[in-house]
Design a protein around this ligand. Sequence first.
Ligand SMILES: *[C@@H]1O[C@H](CO)[C@@H](O)[C@H](O)[C@H]1NC(C)=O
Ligand SMILES: *[C@@H]1O[C@H](CO)[C@@H](O)[C@H](O)[C@H]1NC(C)=O
Length: 181
Amino acid sequence: MKLFTLLTSTLLATAVSARSSIFGSSINVAPYDDALKVPGESPLQFCEDPKDNILELKSVDLDPNPPLPGKNLTIKATGTLSQNVTAGAAVHLQIKYGLITIIKQTLDLCDNVEKVDMKCPIEKGDITFEKEVELPKQIPPGKYTVFADAKTKDDEDVITCLTATVEFKVGGNVIVHQGLK
Ligand SMILES: *[C@@H]1O[C@H](CO)[C@@H](O)[C@H](O)[C@H]1NC(C)=O
Ligand SMILES: *[C@@H]1O[C@H](CO)[C@@H](O)[C@H](O)[C@H]1NC(C)=O
């Protein structure tokens, strides 16, 4: 649960900063690759062209939007699985703070989906996911990169791969880096 929460919190903290950046002043938004943007109201991007992914992610939406640090946020996702997702599927999670990898871990996907009221095998077809999380009030300044690569047993096929990078400045300025630049 901790790791799952950490993943979602980090992704959502990233979302918070990306959103608030729109309303901020001295903000520097990196060139943005629209082709890789995950549809919906979030700053997530696919790691690469998702056309062969088992999960066709149709939307990821955050509510409220913009999210508020220290407040609860609901994340909703919808998509379609082209195959059953069965035991052995894994999420390779990496979180970097600057150049330093602070988390590098492989999580069992099936163990973790139980925490959001899903169960393996996840049958192919349409799926929806909804989760409420508490966002951290304070985020230490620095650049964070989150990378989550979900694969089937023995890393045979990519289910989905998502990434987001954001930089928190001292004094509240935010620089958003989107994509793999
Ligand atoms: C997918 O899972 C369902 C339910 O567990 C099962 O009935 C079906 O046979 C599975 N399909 C494939 C292709 O394995
Ligand atoms: C915020 O979310 C947490 C975790 O889901 C939940 O326990 C808590 O009741 C929520 N608080 C509010 C005010 O909705």
